[in-house]
Design a protein around this ligand. Sequence first.
Ligand code: 0X9
Ligand code: ZN
Length: 300
Amino acid sequence: GHRMEWSSYHRLEDIHGYMDYLAETFPDVCSVVSIGNSVEGRPLKVIRISNGKANAPALWIDGGIHAREWISPAAVTYIINHLVENSEDLEADYYILPVANPDGYEYTFTRDRLWRKNRKRSVGSPCTGVDLNRNFGYRWGGLGTSKDPCREIYAGSGPFSEPETNAIRYFFEASAANFKAYLTFHSYGQYILYPWGYDKRVPPDYADLEMVGKQVAAAIKKAGGANSVYTVGNSATTLYAASGGSDDWAKAILKIKYAYTIELRDTGKYGFVLPARYITPTAKEALAAVMVVTEACKSL
Ligand code: 0X9
Ligand code: ZN
């Protein structure tokens, strides 16, 4: 393993090497496990960060479900670095998957910078890739999804048909941790989105999600500046309806209270191709979000 820096975007090997380095260097605070393999056989590496305090709430954080959203794994690795460096202050346990779609991520470096989906070959179609954020098993195949493998929002052949989403499901089935939050980082648009995504309805406790979401937006504003304006709202209303997302599944099936999709920078100037000079400021916003949600989890 080796260290990391945030002045450029990194390949999968670097990110995994950094996680292994942390586990080797700080074995009392972190450990790395592979929760499964991608379609092309790459490991899905999760780092657990904890200082062992009893009865701590647990937070799940993932990045890179969509291959081209490079700011997401970059910000999530920055969060990992911060949590490990400040581990004596931790009041929660974190389970973090920085690259949930490793095949797609590598493909954006080698072949197609704007690839979104995983790299599953579809039988009987010339097209490749399932949208992993349409493949989770709650309201699978509903609004905002497609059965056509050639579409960017192809939901796959069935719920959890993909090894990447299935690995996440099995991780949660096997885990005894007390999950109170599920944060999934995407780009772009600068949104803090809460369920539901499948429809414009809201969960019964949406007022809590709205309130904590607003606290997140305020903390981001404080951490950043004039450009750090994030919009809070229900996914389907604020953005568009899209079923089979990880956030809806976490909320409905896992019953994790604070389920958010956070769309990082920017608001469209560079879109997915956000220049590397924006990694640090954007990652600070993402970290501010994690800190606010951690506080909310503590008081549950
Ligand atoms: O469409 C998506 O999967 C997300 N936006 S992105 O531009 N990063 O692709 C938004 C997902 C919001 N959550 C749900 N619709 N469940
Ligand atoms: Zn996305």
